[in-house]
Design a binder for this molecule. Sequence first.
Ligand SMILES: C[S@@+](CC[C@H](N)C(=O)[O-])C[C@H]1O[C@@H](n2cnc3c(N)ncnc32)[C@H](O)[C@@H]1O
Length: 293
Amino acid sequence: MSSPVKQTLKWAQKLLPACDGDLNHAKRQLVWLKEKIISDRPGGAIDDKLSEQEQTQLEKYINQRVFDHKPLQYILGTQPFCDLDIVTRPPILIPRWETEEWTYKVIQLMHQHLDKSRPLRILDICTGSGCIALALAKHLPKDSAQIIGLDISNKAISLANHNLNIHKLSIRNTVEFREKDVFNLDLKEPVDMIVSNPPYITHDEYNSLDPDVKEWEDPRALVADEQGTRIHKRIIQVAKHCRPYNNDLPRLIMEVGGTHQIKPLTEEMQINGLKDIEVWKDLADKDRVIVAH
Ligand SMILES: C[S@@+](CC[C@H](N)C(=O)[O-])C[C@H]1O[C@@H](n2cnc3c(N)ncnc32)[C@H](O)[C@@H]1O
């Protein structure tokens, strides 16, 4: 029988292939997996010694990570996003740090420029788990915004509604989710601003994605035609009908896949009368968001 320390090291070593061979990374993942097992205990006991049955469960999670390439967030069941624990469920896209970063920036921008004349009506196109819509609803001043999240996938809308239900007590603005294809969208209600993280991976890039992504997340959430810009171009068509709220807040804020998409999207925005086009970089210094008034 091995000591607890030896056993922990054995598990971490087993996790190595799912952690790019980085032992510290593997140890951190192991801690999160153990925490999940402890927090799932029916009686709520917090003793960190795992029973035999719990050890078997831990081995099962490790095997899912290593052999099934199951993303950690699908095993843990949540991903933190702008101070919300967003429930994650395959095949709905797991919220990414890049998206969280620009969502905080949008929140800051809105805090600076919201006026009290009327609530800002925001459309979150391609809402997925609902993470962006819910983060805005949580962090914007009470009753300053009305947010609608749209997605083509009924599984995404069902998860977004589940997240809304879980977080409804901490949310200060109205949020509604609707199943809708953006190519079939006819804006009947007034909208002031569109935010979106559309699929933007090219077909070539998709082929070289890690199995954790390719085998688990919906390809519809990842890939788009026209070098990854097809959905953005459609969103631009929709955004030209947004009414400007004031001179300081943009009408459109969209995540992009990189520098190669900036020129075609800038051209499309100009053709459709959007102006003051700006590109925001992410923490890794990559072109990440395109913004227009
Ligand atoms: C990159 S994911 C973004 C999810 C979420 N907003 C986030 O940032 O984690 C893109 C989402 O777009 C949705 N989608 C793809 N094509 C669409 C379309 N034609 N109309 C509406 N939604 C679409 C997918 O179902 C997916 O949930």
